[in-house]
Design a protein around this ligand. Structure first.
Ligand SMILES: *Cc1c(COP(=O)(O)O)cnc(C)c1O
Length: 380
């Protein structure tokens, strides 16, 4: 069994993907060729945004989004503690202060209450200007935007939605990557919509930000004169080859993969039922199931279940074994106490992500679930 079966997906879509790659080779337009503009238009339309700017990775998308908002030294950027390091790295690189925030224990997403306390703490201390918050659509579930949007407005913060894992999710009729001033996603191969290398995109409604992002991804050059540089930018574009691969993959993603992966998740949740804590999808929300992550009662139980699954050749992952506050790069000068992040600490000790992808068979999910239930009943 594979944790993510990228090969099965390639074989299912092979004629379209091979043809897309061949046509780029024939055109030899390897940088910003026609498929890039075509993909950007389709992605913007899917995410209900006016503009989509592709770039070289999800991490670069975050960097470009923060650069476009002029985030830098003296600014506070709020980031959930329980996420992949990339969410926090860009703000750090730009010299801003990363303020870590605990999560909601049931959805694992940024806690609005903890965010408000963190903002008030920064305001009380008076050294930093609260500028932006980067909610993460963790494991495919959109963050709590119905509560985060008014909170951000109350304190004048920009929201940058980290939809690297969330593309394809929804809150009622609103798709992931439509929330806040800017949204980003990643096309790393194992993400819900992946390419065959690195890739990313930024989504925005504001046309000036769109123009600025297009300039920043090409060294800050003027839109009218390639050899006239307006500001310091970076070199971060999505290869034409990757864009060409993504066009048929986006079609499959929308027409069948999201439903297929949802069926696997439902199978897991039915079978695992009461035995473990299954993912909580709030009313009206839809997850794109970047991960199917359960929680066990404690670390020892989690590690035992993981070992039993490994004995059956079933791969699992721990996303994430540590909060950002426990990692050297993001340590506060005066140290972040674990007590500020109780839900991250518990999650890091108890979560386990199971194999899930759109080409998985329901009977395989049933087998994984049955092994877990069996191994837990033996311990009781
Ligand atoms: C993967 C990921 C990123 C970074 O994307 P890359 O394309 O790998 O640079 C950022 N944020 C989150 C939450 C991610 O999971």
């Amino acid at each position: 069994m594979q944790f993510k079966d990228l090969k099965a997906q390639y074989l299912a879509l092979k004629p379209d993907i091979d043809q897309a790659i061949q046509s780029v080779l024939n055109s030899s337009a390897f940088i910003l060729g026609k498929p890039v503009a075509e993909l950007e238009e389709q992605l913007a339309s899917y995410a209900q945004r006016r503009h989509c700017v592709t770039c070289a990775s999800g991490s670069d998308a975050l960097l470009l989004a923060l650069m476009a908002l002029d985030i830098g030294p003296g600014d506070a950027v709020f980031v959930p503690d329980f996420t992949y390091v990339a969410t926090a790295g860009a703000a750090s690189l730009l010299g801003a202060a990363v303020i870590l925030v605990d999560i909601d224990p049931r959805t694992f997403n940024l806690s609005p209450e903890a965010l408000e306390s963190a903002i008030q703490r920064v305001l009380r201390e008076g050294r930093l200007q609260p500028k932006a918050v980067i909610p993460v659509d963790l494991f495919g579930l959109p963050a709590d935007y119905p509560r985060l949007l008014p909170l951000a407005e109350k304190y004048g913060l920009a929201i940058i939605e980290d939809g690297a894992q969330g593309f394809g999710g929804r809150i009622r009729q609103r798709p992931a990557c439509s929330f806040g001033e800017l949204s980003i996603t990643s096309f790393f191969p194992a993400k819900p919509l992946g390419c065959y290398g690195d890739g990313g995109a930024i989504f925005v409604n504001d046309s000036e930000l769109d123009q600025r992002l297009r300039s920043l991804r090409a060294h800050g050059r003027s839109p009218f004169d390639k050899y006239d540089c307006l500001e310091t930018g970076i070199n971060s574009r999505l290869d034409t080859l990757q864009a060409a691969v993504l066009v048929p993959k986006l079609r499959a993603f929308v027409s069948s993969e999201l439903d297929a992966v949802d069926a696997i998740a439902r199978q897991y949740s039915q079978r695992l039922g009461e035995a473990v804590v299954t993912p909580r999808i709030p009313d009206g929300y839809r997850s794109s199931w970047a991960q199917y992550t359960i929680a066990l009662r404690n670390q020892a139980e989690r590690d035992r279940v993981r070992a039993v699954l490994a004995d059956h050749q079933i791969p699992t992952m721990i996303y994430y074994p540590k909060g950002l506050h426990q990692q050297k790069a993001f340590q506060h000068p005066s140290d972040w106490p674990d007590a500020l992040f109780p839900h991250t600490v518990t999650a890091s000790q108890t979560v386990l992500s199971l194999p899930i992808h759109p080409y998985m068979q329901e009977k395989d999910a049933a087998e994984v679930a049955d092994i877990i239930v069996e191994s837990l009943s033996r311990e009781d």
